[in-house]
Ligand binder design. Structure first.
Ligand code: NAD
Length: 478
């Protein structure tokens, strides 16, 4: 990207402005280590001002006809689609991912605005009779209120879009807090909302430093009725505890440890293509990434050989060169975490088939394949978040099912095999989402979310808007 020229300030009550105490923090390009921008740090009073603005805007926004809310979201979809290349370039610059991943993310993000533009005018309600015949039951939905949206760095556009669009569709006003590694993408999206003429106060952007006390103070504010968080399970747990104090409604999209199981009889063309998608999309920095790959002994050798061929085809390098297919990790810290996991795996008995740290520098880590990984080993039970395929060989399908379900996480899973076998296996998986003979599952029209410690609630689909609505029941005379 040529020099970044978008907003670098907070967006509060319809205006871009610096933080109250003038502090700023650096945003770096992980591919080069260079400074991209100096972003405004929000002080506690800025966060309070953002909640004030969202609180003041809530009565009129929640009373705005759904069709008008829908049309605003539709304008954002159109602007974002027209600006997809600019958005992708910003994502590449601050996140480090490869161009093909970034452009897919930019278009996927726009689709959330289109989907929720369509959902805004279809908020469900119901009329029921009562079994006793003494009343009529009317079920309606009301906007929940001011919503705090906290997003991670790995999909800086999509995670923001997946929250802002349903919240606005439902009539909620929002305070968005993006990850400090990737505030530029969030600022660009907020600027698109601004250009689409979002009323003042409906969308606010804050980037507090330090983050913990600022989020705590916003959660303590009686006007904040919703927390929608995407990030690690560790931080999610803390925020659930904080939300408990005021019984704030929470939606939690947390970490994953996705199993991918290749059953006997699987079509290896399909399984390899799906594994490459499930493992390497976003350079492996995806909560849905295949983290534990279980391959039946009958296919193991051929699977390894063919996966190696496909991994060799990845070109590692900066996303600014659009032909590169594997970018940088977001930071040196994230890259070192991946390198350490691979070293530990080798120490625990795994063998490097391809890649490994020797071939990398800076925030880059090469496409890597490990075989002989033990179920329950460190790499098998930790979210890798990098381009490392950790392969476990198995003999018995029932064992594979036990291993796949042997995790505190349950966000996504993948199964490859003859369709009947694969579907039967999928129904027995403890996972919020399962790809059957497919490596990509995300779709704005589908309910995204996990079971166990991978989260609470769903984003996208018909379900996504419900997270920002309260159910009200009216009891009427018969
Ligand atoms: P993270 O939990 O470190 O940070 C997520 C967000 O929380 C960031 O905005 C961060 O600034 C903020 N945060 C950090 N500490 C906080 C605190 N004490 N109080 C309030 N906010 C705080 O996660 P990350 O490293 O940015 O993202 C990677 C994680 O996100 C992975 O575990 C991944 O699986 C998960 N993720 C989940 C989904 C999903 O839909 N389930 C999607 C993408 C990423």
């Amino acid at each position: 990207m040529t020099a970044y020229e978008g907003p670098t300030d907070l967006f509060i009550n319809g205006a871009w402005r610096a933080g109250a105490d003038g502090r700023r923090f650096p945003v770096l390009d992980p591919a080069t280590g260079k400074l991209l921008a100096s972003f405004a740090a929000a002080a506690l009073e800025d966060c309070e001002a953002a909640v004030d603005a969202a609180g003041d805007a809530f009565p009129s926004w929640s009373a705005t006809p759904p069709r008008e809310r829908s049309e605003l979201l539709r304008r954002v979809f159109e602007l974002m689609t027209a600006e997809a290349e600019t958005l992708a370039a910003i994502i590449v610059a601050e996140n480090g991912k490869a161009w093909p991943d970034a452009i897919v993310e930019a278009k996927y993000s726009a689709e959330f605005f289109r989907w929720f533009a369509e959902e805004a005018v279809r908020i469900p309600g119901e009329y029921r009779g009562s079994p006793s015949g003494d009343k009529r039951i009317v079920v309606t939905h009301q906007s929940i209120g001011v919503s705090l949206l906290i997003t991670p760095w790995n999909f800086p556009a999509a995670m923001a879009a997946r929250k802002i669009a349903p919240a606005l569709a439902a009539g909620c006003t929002v305070v968005l807090k993006p990850a400090s590694e990737t505030p530029l993408t969030a600022a660009f999206i907020v600027e698109l909302l601004n250009r689409a003429r979002v009323p003042a106060g409906v969308v606010n952007l804050v980037t507090p430093k330090p983050v913990g006390p600022a989020v705590e103070s916003m959660l303590a504010d009686a006007r904040v009725r919703k927390l929608s968080f995407t990030g690690s399970t560790e931080v999610g747990r803390q925020l659930l505890a904080s939300s408990a104090r005021r019984v704030v409604s929470t939606s939690m999209e947390l970490g994953g440890n996705a199993p991918l199981v290749v059953l006997p009889g699987a079509d290896l063309d399909v399984a390899i293509a799906g594994t490459v998608d499930a493992k390497m999309r976003n350079g492996g920095s995806a909560c849905t990434a295949a983290n534990r790959i279980y391959v039946h002994a009958s296919l193991h050798e051929e699977f390894l050989a063919r996966l190696t061929d496909r991994f060799l085809a990845f070109t590692l390098g900066p996303g600014s060169t659009r032909s590169n297919t594997l970018g940088a990790l977001v930071s040196q810290r994230e890259r070192d975490k991946v390198a350490e996991l691979v070293e530990t795996a080798v120490g625990e008995g795994a063998t490097i088939v391809l890649g490994g740290a020797d071939e990398s520098s800076g925030c880059f880590y090469p496409a890597t394949i490990l075989k002989g990984v033990a179920h329950g080993s460190t790499i098998n039970s930790t979210e890798i978040f990098g381009p490392v395929a950790a392969i476990v060989r198995y003999d018995d399908v029932e064992d594979a099912l036990l291993m796949a379900n042997d995790s505190e996480f349950g966000l996504s899973a993948y199964v490859f095999g003859p369709e009947g076998d694969a579907v039967r296996f999928a129904f027995r998986l403890q996972s919020g989402m399962v790809g059957v003979n497919r490596g990509v599952i995300s779709d704005p029209a589908a309910p995204f979310g996990g079971v166990k410690q991978s989260g609470l609630g769903r984003e996208g689909g018909f379900e996504g808007i419900l997270e920002f609505l309260e159910t009200q029941y009216l009891s009427l005379p018969a």
